[in-house]
Design a protein around this ligand. Structure first.
Ligand code: AMP
Ligand code: MG
Length: 420
């Protein structure tokens, strides 16, 4: 057995991953993925000078002295709504009613809001039929006008490759007419639970058996990370079954293999033998708790496929996924950052770490009195899956720290920010 630090194991593993090749997708399917091309705008956004307000398009020179007691009277020569183009120009001494988003008529350089005109202070009518309007305030030339190209210039790289696509980026692509876009392909992640003791969720539990929870937890974690899970079911602890299920995963085009269980010291399981026969594997003792046993290697198929052998204990499997599998999936998606956001919280109870390993304590963070407080989610054993369920963050205690005291300020890595 080889002992290894969390950093060394992660660095070794991540060397085997790179962004997957791009694929062109309808732009909306790019959500939560990373652009593999620059998005360049062919047009100005907005495409023409237009009004930012409902009001009157005027020539600033006509209203330089306007004030409530000295209004500037202008002849109203028409009306222009969004989506239409004025057929007349605004000449000196005239104004045109204009709606938000309507193109600025030629001759006009400024828009005065209704509220700053006689129309805004009157209570009757729409103002549509009026012949003149009084401007009550001098505004700066160009006020309330959105200039052509003020958001995006034609020819500009509006979203560089490497950008993570969120709803605003979807909106930007729509505004420049980008129907399809190249993003990195989502990784296909084969998930294989191993063990003679496992039964699936729709089978009866018989003596000595437990339910297979890892497959489902891992599949959900893969989806959350942005991958596509390929569920291979349960492989029994025998060479034939393990081998055939691994080959099925390779045939299904897996980019990453995730197994659970069978990688601990002294394991009776066949998993190690089979993995070694199918590829070149390391079996590690990672200096972390939970999640000490871990396997990593490359399976030889039509292409080489990295395999991460997660521990069997459900909490260990989830933590090892978080530390090793999630960054691998994010890397394949083209993402370059995988640290979780952290908050500083006051720890509400003392926590000990006597194992000399890096301890990932499941905690629940809450906001209280304008700050954050954290407490453990109770029993931290590696079989207590509900301790992960109750948690929204991780307190990571370094290997050489034996005690973190109640009242200490600690950094918590947030796994989730539930909106409740
Ligand atoms: P192992 O790594 O095979 O020694 O398994 C460690 C522990 O994890 C044992 O108690 C197993 O029964 C349990 N375990 C293994 N696989 C799963 C699974 N898919 N779902 C839930 N528990 C599991
Ligand atoms: Mg086992």
């Amino acid at each position: 057995m080889n002992y290894i630090s969390v950093e060394d194991a992660r660095a070794y593993i991540l060397k085997h991953f790179a962004p997957l090749e791009p694929e062109r997708v309808p732009m909306l399917e790019a959500l939560d993925r990373v652009l593999a091309e620059d998005v360049i705008s062919e047009l100005n956004v907005p495409p023409f000078n237009n009004s930012a307000m409902d009001g009157y398009a005027v020539r600033a020179a006509d209203i330089v002295h306007a004030a409530p007691d000295r209004p500037a009277a202008l002849r109203v020569i028409g009306d222009v709504a969004a989506g239409y183009v004025a057929t007349r120009a605004v000449e000196p001494g005239t104004a045109m009613r204009i709606m938000t988003g309507a193109p600025l008529p030629s001759g006009a350089d400024t828009v005065v809001r209704f509220e700053e005109t006689s129309e805004g202070v009157e209570t009757r009518g729409t103002g549509k039929d009026r012949d003149t309007v009084e401007i009550l305030k001098a505004v700066q030339r160009g006020d309330n006008v959105r200039a052509a190209g003020e958001d995006i210039h034609a020819g500009e790289v509006v979203l560089p490759r490497g950008t993570l696509v969120r709803p605003p980026e979807i909106g930007v692509m729509a505004s420049v007419g980008k129907k399809e876009v190249a993003v990195h392909r989502r990784p296909r992640v084969a998930i294989l639970a191993t063990g003679d003791e496992l039964v699936d969720i729709d089978e009866p539990i018989t003596p000595g058996k437990i339910r297979n929870s890892n497959e489902y937890g891992n599949a959900a974690a893969v989806v959350r990370a942005g991958g596509i899970p390929i569920r291979l079911g349960i492989a029994r602890d025998n060479i034939a079954d393990l081998t055939s299920k691994i080959r099925a995963g390779l045939d299904a085009g897996a980019d990453l293999f995730l197994t659970s269980a069978g990688v601990s010291v002294g394991d009776y399981d066949m998993v190690k033998d089979v993995l070694n026969a199918e590829g070149a594997m390391h079996f590690w003792q990672v200096n972390m708790k939970p999640g000490k046993p871990l396997a990593f290697g490359v399976l030889r198929g039509k292409k080489d496929v990295p395999l991460l052998g997660l521990p069997g204990n459900p909490v260990s499997a989830m933590m090892s996924f978080e530390i090793f599998a999630r960054p691998a999936i994010l890397t394949m998606l083209g993402k370059t950052r995988f640290e979780r956001p952290t908050v500083q919280a006051v720890l509400e109870e003392s926590v000990t770490n006597t194992a000399n390993r890096r301890n990932f304590i499941r905690v629940r963070v809450e906001k209280r009195d304008g700050g954050y407080v954290a407490r453990t989610t109770g029993e931290q054993g590696s079989g207590i899956l509900t301790s992960v369920s109750r948690a929204n963050g991780l307190l990571v205690i370094p290997e050489d720290v034996t005690l973190v005291r109640a009242g200490d300020r600690v950094d918590i890595q947030m796994l989730d920010w539930p909106e409740w």
